[in-house]
Design a protein around this ligand. Structure first.
Ligand SMILES: [Zn+2]
Length: 462
């Protein structure tokens, strides 16, 4: 572990660009002291492949997520949150840049995001924070999505043992042990603990394969409720229930080192999982709600307790929200944030007329083929709270849903909705055209990366 840190620090030192100089740090600390303001610690806790409706706080019928439900009760829960895309690397690139996949460039797993836009972790670093990340999904390896930018520590160690599918699955317990060991070493340094901490911790358990865990058993549905695919859905619920127990262990571990009551905690899923809806098992390829709807919550100083916000939000909003909540310097960027701060929603209501743009795409990002980098994504969509339009670039098919009567997107409209000006199809194409699109070649996948991505199910095109 120490070796990993040493290496990361060495690389950061070599690059020289991401870390503020000691003079700058002293200046920042001086400014903070003058303000009489001590910045709180911030935890970004994320869980892979977590459907919003798998949490009891979001309506799952059984109380299988008591820790996350308690977190929701202690802060703000966003009832209608979407990710920009159902893919791990691209979704986190959206969290860290507040840009959608065509704009940040990490359009598929294995493709890096652009390196000229500021990241959330850099904002914390520039504000005098210590930044550390502990990830568990292969697609988040630093050299792939490049979401490590701004993290002084980026722990991406994977278990040596492969599971039956040949994947190095990093277990939540291994992630927690790494966090714990980092905080132990930090406690040995009297100066390190003076800095506030920005921690990103990511668990991957709910991702396939859906394992069962000793000591955690969700009751099986009664015979008369066993519809096709119920075993997979039940196994998925077990993974979610188990993950909740790991969140409890993480909080216990963190609580030994930092005061969690005064810590800002942001909880988010990177994407959901289609469990047979729309004829699809998995995530990433379409823009339907099962793989786009995510749980999203925030709690801590300055955040009301027990508030549920129903206005439409996105994972793009996390960066601008933290900038406003913590008075971080607004980063200078060649592109503006696509998300918006949700802080106004803490005391008032947020706008409900927001339009949200999302993407579904093929999995393949293999090789250095320029083809996958310069074509359009597979599918794009735009939605208000009442209407949704999707466009498939290969089949040229346009599909409309009336979300006011069909929130499950089960009954596509047979004709375009009338009386919308401009027509919805044009609104979607205008939106896509206006994005500051950025293309970048991948070409960095090793044979091992390719094997790992395949083992996660990320193979093939359509
Ligand atoms: Zn994921």
């Amino acid at each position: 572990m120490k070796k990993v840190f040493a290496l990361v620090f060495a690389v950061v030192g070599l690059l020289g660009g991401t870390s503020p100089s000691s003079g700058q740090t002293a200046e920042l600390e001086g400014r903070r002291a003058q303000d009489g303001k001590k910045q709180p610690n911030v935890l970004l806790l994320s869980v892979d492949t977590l459907r919003a409706d798998a949490l009891h706080a979001y309506g799952y019928p059984l109380p299988i997520t008591p820790t996350l439900d308690a977190l929701a009760a202690d802060g703000v829960l966003f009832e209608d949150a979407l990710t920009t895309i159902g893919k791990t690397g691209p979704s986190f690139a959206s969290v860290f840049t507040s840009l959608s996949p065509p704009s940040h460039g990490a359009r598929r797993n294995g493709i890096s995001m652009r390196d000229d836009v500021p990241t959330l972790a850099e904002s914390f670093l520039n504000d005098g924070y210590e930044t550390a990340a502990f990830v568990s999904n292969w697609t988040l390896r630093a050299r792939l999505a490049r979401v490590d930018r701004g993290f002084q520590t980026y722990d991406e160690s994977f278990d040596a043992k492969r599971n039956m599918f040949g994947a190095h699955e990093r277990k939540a317990d291994s992630v927690i042990a790494a966090v714990s060991s980092h905080l132990d070493s930090r406690a040995q340094s009297p100066t390190a603990t003076l800095k506030p901490l920005f921690l990103w911790v990511h668990f991957t358990e709910p991702h396939t394969p859906f394992d069962l865990h000793e000591g955690v058993t969700v009751p099986q549905p009664p015979q008369n409720a066993r519809t096709s695919g119920w075993v997979k859905r039940w196994r998925y619920a077990n993974e979610v229930a188990y993950t909740d127990t790991r969140v409890a262990v993480l909080f216990e571990t963190l609580g030994r080192h930092i005061d969690l009551d005064s810590t800002i905690i942001v909880f988010v899923g990177d994407h959901g999982e289609s469990l047979g809806e729309h004829g699809y098992w998995g995530h990433g390829k379409n823009t339907n709600w099962p793989n786009l709807r995510i749980p999203m919550m925030i709690k801590g100083p300055g955040v009301p307790k027990g508030k549920r916000i129903s206005a439409p939000v996105m994972n793009l909003d996390i960066f601008p929200t933290l900038v406003e909540l913590l008075s971080l310097d607004k980063p200078e960027s060649p592109t503006a944030f696509e998300g918006q701060s949700l802080v106004p929603g803490f005391s008032n209501s947020l706008p409900t007329d927001r339009l949200r743009f999302t993407v579904g795409d093929r999995h393949t990002a293999f090789g250095s083929s320029a083809r996958v980098n310069f074509e359009n994504p597979k599918e794009i969509s735009l939605q208000s709270t009442t209407l949704k339009v999707t466009y498939d670039f290969s089949s040229k098919k346009v599909v409309y849903y009336d979300l006011s009567t069909d929130p499950g997107e089960a009954r596509p409209l047979t004709a375009p909705p009338e009386n919308t000006k401009p027509p919805w199809r044009r609104r979607l194409s205008d939106w896509y055209r206006a994005l500051p699109k950025f293309e970048k070649k991948s070409g960095q996948l090793s044979d091992e990366d390719r094997r790992q991505l395949e083992s996660l199910g990320y193979v093939g095109g359509d």
